[in-house]
Design a binder for this molecule. Structure first.
Ligand code: THU
Length: 157
């Protein structure tokens, strides 16, 4: 038998350790939480995606009375980006969330499995890792790719 480990490299940074482009993406992801429609969970998530054409697309979770019909912030942003600029590559994404108390979460919110799979598709189209910034109240987790948090991803058939 052979065993191997799968590891994810995560950099934990303070806000003042981010460069100005990263800070702007984080700011826009936080701002996007205000456009969340989350009457059921009251958990407001925002995502901001930087594209290779310089555009930044934001999204927020949109819930629905038929619960599974709602969608997460990450997928609302990535599908909107893909549908608006089909030729642009994803460069980076920031994800921020506010809890039921309305405050930004302390522990950075990380994308659900379905969103990781959806984002991975655009990462594969980009041909390189999509820098991922998970936003907490006082710290940011920085990942080099979506793939790093989706080991054994389904990529082709
Ligand atoms: N949600 C997101 O938008 N992104 C995540 O990464 C995690 C969860 C949303 C889905 C639902 O509207 C609410 O947060 C509570 O799960």
């Amino acid at each position: 038998m052979k065993t191997f480990e799968v590891k994810a490299k995560v950099e934990e940074l303070k806000y003042d350790e981010l460069n100005s482009k990263e800070l702007e993406l984080v700011r826009l992801a936080k701002e996007a939480t205000s456009r969340s429609y989350a009457p059921y969970s009251n958990f407001r998530v925002g995502a901001a995606i930087l594209l290779s054409n310089g555009e930044i697309i934001t999204g927020a979770n949109q819930e629905n009375a038929a619960y599974p019909s709602g969608t997460c912030a990450e997928r609302s942003a990535c599908y909107y980006a893909g549908a608006t600029y089909p030729d642009a590559k994803f460069e980076a994404i920031a994800i921020a969330a506010r809890g039921t108390d309305g405050e930004f979460v302390d522990e950075p919110c990380s994308p659900c499995g379905a969103c990781r799979q959806a984002l991975l598709q655009y990462e594969l189209l980009a041909g390189k890792g999509v820098k991922t910034l998970l936003v907490g109240r006082d710290r940011i987790y920085r990942l080099e790719s979506i793939r790093s948090i989706l080991p054994f991803a389904f990529t082709e058939f």
